[in-house]
Design a protein around this ligand. Sequence first.
Ligand code: G6P
Ligand code: ZN
Length: 611
Amino acid sequence: RDLITQSTWSTTASGIFQNFALVQVICTATRPMGGQKPGTSGLRKKTREFMQPDYLANFVQSVFDALHEVGTQTEGGTLVVSGDGRFFNKEAIQIIIKIAVAAGVQRFWVGKDGLLSTPAVSAVIRNRAGGFKAFGAFILSASHNPGGIEEDFGIKYNCENGGPSPEKITELVYAKTQTISEIRSADAFPNVDLSSVGVQEFSSPDGKRQVTIEIFDPTEDHVAVLQQCFDLEAIKRLMARSDFSFCYDSLHGVQGPYARRIFCDILGAPASCLMNCEPKEDFGGPSCPSHGHADPNLANARELCERMGVSADGSPVMGQSWQVPCMGAAADGDADRNMILGTRFFVTPSDSLAVIVDNCHLIPYFSRDNKNLLRGASRSMPTSCALDHVCKAKGIPFFETPTGWKFFGNLMDSGTYAPFICGEESFGTGSDHIREKDGMWAVLAWLQILAANNVDPSKPLVTIEDIVTSHWSKYGRNYYARYDYEGVDLDSANKMMERMVSMAGSWPADAFETYELQKADVFEYTDPIDGSVSKNQGIRFLFQDGSRIVFRLSGTGVVGATIRMYLEKYEPPAGDLSRHPHEVVKPLAVLALKLSKLQEFTGRDVPSVIT
Ligand code: G6P
Ligand code: ZN
């Protein structure tokens, strides 16, 4: 490190960086800034907060301090740095590179224009070829939250398995942010040109340090992994059917280039199937149909839903003057989430997961000679129990984990349960092909299932609705809805939850009206691989008929608290399978409000959104 402090730098690349300034590692005194506790998916704050002097640098330095403490070798290592393209993405990349150079990182992998989707980062860490292996990645994203100088920004560190940091790392990072006193940064290292694909080499005049910056096409590695998972030729034949049509909304997030490459270049879909596929720093901002919320759900992906004939509550809208496509799908800002729609038909994320698992023998990654190779499946606790029925019927090892993708990682890494499929109600679905949820994977999984059901072009098309309704008539239907109460006072939300926690086990017998309680508890998870225990992961009321009420506080919000209330009612195959979910769960909502005293605690009488 002392060497670096002394040295100046020159570049071997011709052109742009010939005349850059001299470089020194500068040690700047700093102090803890408070509030830098990573949530479910890294640190998320208002962009302006991140733009304060040293705010981002403090966090990044704390990550390196934590990595050094756990023995991660950063000197001479390879690091991935990129983001979803939101406002401050490019500036943040330059800040991170300078600190990482000071920490001895030798090689940087950056997507062109600083773009990499979250699943692509995971693929790059795990699979990028060329004789090097990344030790980790910084992902710049606040996922589905709006971007812009007045909106949200985020940063997350992923480890060498390609997945989000485990809790022991995020806790250590947090501890470091509370005691940090110094930022070590190669401040005069030139700003890197992110705009053209190629390799930029830098070396110190004494020749003792080299730094290589590799800018590459962001789709390269992710597409290569997906090509291993699916039979894209079969999907191409489906796309070519004259009675099949498809559209995809990237909501101006990072998915645009991936969508173009996969759907148009590889699968032959017309460019007209792509909606909002230019990545923008504000995801289109307030004036676009999603109001800058690159969030693939019924409330925000309105333009896609309208094209598909789906209303904001998921019910069909008839009478379009255009031909409604057979399938529509969307991704969030960093492209790890997905929404799947059929013609005038919404597939809930929980059902989507169950259907994919039930049909995974149609996906090459999970089958050989049409034999199912799947060795494990999992859902987060609040996700509906639709998956449980499939796993039970097929004898697939099943796991119920707390909310957050990181909990799936250990199961995948164990090897025992791979290949593995998992998903969450929050529009996340994926498998062990990488260690993040994967919006593109989910869409290709559905396309593969559709393709396998539509091999004969002389037969009428089997639709998404056909596949889902026949799934219900086999396994029954888990009617489901989530009520979100956003921007609630944090203290009141905590008090409401604490009261229910303290009541667990002592609810009066008549508290549940006509429902017969099986169990009321606070969800706790013991990781079957490393034995670690995660406590206090939400409050559950489980009823004899399979109905459930779940409460938890969101871990991804930026201001105040968001209370999530999850409602579920199981209807067996012989029952009425064609009702509107919101109607079906209404009595449960009434009961849930009574049990929680939500209105009393928060003053709210209606949810901000029902999904
Ligand atoms: C992120 C994580 C998901 C998780 C979701 C929950 O998207 O990647 O794994 O399901 O947050 O968000 P919440 O706001 O409910 O904590
Ligand atoms: Zn996301």
